[in-house]
Write a protein that binds this ligand. Structure first.
Ligand SMILES: C[C@@]1(CC(=O)O)c2cc3[nH]c(cc4nc(cc5[nH]c(cc(n2)[C@H]1CCC(=O)O)[C@@](C)(CC(=O)O)[C@@H]5CCC(=O)O)C(CC(=O)O)=C4CCC(=O)O)c(CCC(=O)O)c3CC(=O)O
Ligand SMILES: NC(=O)C1=CN([C@@H]2O[C@H](COP(=O)(O)OP(=O)(O)OC[C@H]3O[C@@H](n4cnc5c(N)ncnc54)[C@H](O)[C@@H]3O)[C@@H](O)[C@H]2O)C=CC1
Length: 208
């Protein structure tokens, strides 16, 4: 498998099964995609999400009816507790060229990762389906360990553009940026006071 960052703005995402898992997957996509949840019943967790709901008993539907539901979808998630039904939806997606994630049953061609998100970065974590708990554990560790990552990226962005002006040798620019990144005192200062961290970075590593 290969990780990709997708822009799902305006794309149609279908979630089959509106229980706890279907609601979590719906919440994952609703920031960007046009999400429809198709299910016999709907979890209270779906309330407040910008998702459409469509009531249906999926096991009563023939393949043709399921194919009609899938029309125009970019990605589908099967999140019913019935693996045979989920796998059937998966086969129809494969036939129609629709990306497919299976919450229970045969693996589809998409895995939903744990995500660490800042305003300047995005980290996606997967164990290739082997242990979602480990993905979650890693996410929580990264969130704690790198709580100030956004500020470090901002500082790097700023120092990088200053360096481009004052340091003509690329290798030297790269060295200075690495030194700023690995300076524990600058990292500590970043947590409390961006301007102080910035001043330290300039004083220590930006002498042209
Ligand atoms: C393959 C995958 C398919 C997919 O893409 O959905 C999948 C499959 C399954 N998960 C199961 C169980 C749990 N999943 C979670 C939580 C998360 N699961 C997520 C992703 C994935 N889950 C994909 C692989 C990700 C990877 O590659 O690592 C996360 C990352 C993203 C998200 O769903 O939002 C999210 C954490 C978000 C976060 O907090 O950061 C918890 C809760 C917890 O851990 O607290 C439990 C209960 C504890 C446990 O069992 O671990 C079971 C049922 C097993 C059974 O019946 O016993 C199956 C089905 C099976 O295994 O057959
Ligand atoms: N991939 C993942 O991250 C995880 C997957 N799972 C697995 O996902 C499955 C779903 O879990 P939950 O959401 O907790 O179950 P749930 O019982 O809370 O919800 C299931 C939903 O599917 C709907 N449904 C069931 N059969 C249907 C049908 N024939 N037609 C239409 N709707 C139907 C129900 O109405 C309900 O809304 C389970 O098999 C569970 O083991 C569990 C935890 C995490």
């Amino acid at each position: 498998m290969i990780p990709l960052m997708l822009d799902l703005m305006g794309r149609r995402v279908l979630i089959f099964g509106g229980g706890d898992v279907g609601a979590r997957k719906a919440a994952y996509f609703e920031h960007e995609a046009e999400v429809t949840v198709i299910s016999r019943s709907f979890s209270p967790d779906l309330e407040g999400l910008a998702v459409e709901r469509q009531e249906a008993d999926l096991s009563a539907l023939a393949d043709e009816a399921l194919q009609a539901l899938l029309a125009g979808a970019f990605l589908a998630v099967a999140a019913t507790p019935d693996p045979a039904l989920n796998d059937r939806i998966g086969r129809l997606c494969a036939g129609a060229g629709i990306l497919f994630n299976n919450a229970a049953g045969e693996a589809g061609d998409v895995i939903i990762p744990s995500v660490v998100r800042g305003s300047r970065y995005l980290v996606a974590i997967s164990t290739r389906g082997k242990s979602p708990a480990v993905s979650r554990y890693l996410r929580m560790r990264l969130e704690t360990e790198y709580a100030d990552l956004d500020r470090m990226i901002e500082l790097q962005e700023e120092m990088r553009s200053v360096l481009k002006e004052i340091e003509p040798v690329q290798e030297e620019r790269s060295k200075a940026l690495w030194k700023i990144l690995s300076d524990d005192e600058i990292r500590e200062a970043l947590a409390a006071d961006y301007d102080r961290a910035r001043a330290m970075a300039i004083e220590r590593y930006l002498h042209a």
